[in-house]
Design a protein around this ligand. Sequence first.
Ligand code: MN
Length: 746
Amino acid sequence: MNTTQINVEQEEKMVNDEFQSLLDAYLSTKHRKRVDIITKAFNFAKHAHKGVRRLSGEPYIMHPIAVAKIVCCEIGLGSTSICSALLHDVVEDTEYTVEDIENMFGPKIAQIVDGLTKISGGIFGEHASAQAENFKKLLLTMSDDIRVILIKIADRLHNMRTLGSQAVNKQYKIAGETLYLYAPLANRLGLNTIKTELEDLSFKFEHPEEYQAISQKLAATQEERDILFDDFAAPIRAELDSLGISYEIKQRVKSPYSIWRKMQTKHIPFEEIYDILAVRIIFEPEEIDTELNDCFNIYVKLSKIYTSHPDRTRDWVSHPKANGYQALHVTLMSKQGEWIEVQIRSRRMDDIAEKGFAAHWKYKDGEKTENASEMELDKWLATIKEILDDPQPDAMDFLDTIKLNLFASEIFVFTPKGELRTMPAGSTTLDFAFSIHTFVGSHCIGAKVNHKLVPINHKLNSGDQVEILTSKSVRPTREWLNIATTAKATTKILSILRKEEREARKKGEEILDEFFQKNDIVKDTLAIDKLCSVHGVAKSDALYVAIAEGKILLGREDIDALKEKAEVIGWKKLFSFGKKTKKQHKKAKETVGPDFDKKKLLSLTEDSVQNKYILCDYCKPIPGDTVMGYIDDDRHIVIHKLQCPTAERLKANRGNRVLGAKWEMNRTMLFPVSIYVKGFDKLGLLHKMTEVISHLHGVNIRKLEVECDDGIFECTIQMFVHDTKEVDEIINSLREIPDVKEATRI
Ligand code: MN
């Protein structure tokens, strides 16, 4: 035997072993034992992908097996989904068609594979020009059969786990999409474990150093937490033992990504994050009916040992979250004086919290169970369908609307009849009105919240009782878009406004045409531009609307102005002037050609930053920041910080234009940065700060803005530096000044 043969045999064994471990996992679940069809799907997929390898060098079939394993073990789905997962790339990547799949495996599996093929290559397919279109397709298939999206999430999870073999620009694209859409989707479907892993993996690829630093600190502080946990749990164990229930008590450690998020949003170091440790109590109820009572009984026992924080009790048991999450959260004061969150759940609730209730939903092979959380999912899918039914002209707007809906956490409000409704946190009375009915929403004039009159922009709180007041004469206006926060209300208002504007434009144009005819004026762009400039409106559409609404009355002066054919410096000329300078500035930079290699890392040197690339004006990257490149519509390359809000959207929506980049500077160029400082307003504080910056570090201050209020001192300092290292040193020195409480780069 030669080496190639040995490799073939070894690989064959590896593939078969991996498949066997999938079967073993499947057989240990409660699902029907449909080993035959799963084996058939495996053999067919193996044959179809024969000879193809992944970037890692592995035989391709290892990927579908891994996805099937996630579907089985981590999401808890059955044989139909396992087969679909094994076959998920067959139609996309091989000669076989959906019909072939249907002939061999029946219509259900074929339909799921078809759904997966339509949305393949990531939500935003490799060749897709209209990414939003693809995402729409995904959501549509999802509302038909939720298994499509669950398998898609499993596929993405495995791709993220093996992302290391991709080029950097692909890593940014995939990690960006994952953070932007897949993690929120997983969260919305209650797949908590998967959501957390997706976030951590994206974080690891986008900010490897920060990820390392946090992981190391977590490992270094684990012993401390073990001691704290043992101390805290011992008296709880004693009490629960006396209750005679069987339970498990364990630590829950905050994920690196959530820790990092908190550090970023609150501008605090790792050491100041106090909720890294939480405690989870999982119990087996005697009967399913006693679950709720058991939760509260346990809580009563706990509050005998520790003081509980009055404002931090969250009852997700009687009011599950829309993603199905149920648990009772309380925060208790440990003997060492630290607040610790305790999450109390039954085994069933824990299962749902970790794997998602979608798995237990509708597909329990025939039997359909109805509980509150399942109905919530149905409602959510119905909302998604409604948004999809409303044509949205702007693709990016559409994505943001959907995303808004994915991220929101919930509040509970009541109708006057006492009916409970779930709304996203931050909802206004207007949102609530639209959630009842479009008609109620579009005529909403205000509401009675807990019997008090409130305006349409009033923010609702959990527990509010809301009675919507309507008036026939009320119509939606542009301002309503600032008041509405839910996707549903926003889309409805937009579509009403668009329809009305369309009608108004038509009417206005008709009036104008008539006016032109009557006064013998030729209707051309010059005439329209002139009228725009006379009445101070920006463009023809706005002119028509204003005419229709009676805000512009055409008369003698208009005729005079139009007939005097003298030149007019209209708004257009004035306007284009400002734009031109920016374009010119861009023109000075190089553009990329069609044969540009996107896999190559951009090298950011003094020369290239000045002559080739444009630095994002918003996030203002400096050497040392993790950055990426982006090929914009004019084929210029723009450099963004990875966390720049624009970059976050671009990675997810225009991922094919994202490039990896690294700094290679000689510290001869200076970049602008701003530092924010907050502290107690003591005499000489400002002097000390400026001394630290200009004398200790030799950096020139460019601008200083100071505000003092009630003894609190706040200040923004602009300066020029070489890189992040210099900024970090300055910030550290500033933090060492007594009375300075906070110093961060902004
Ligand atoms: Mn795949």
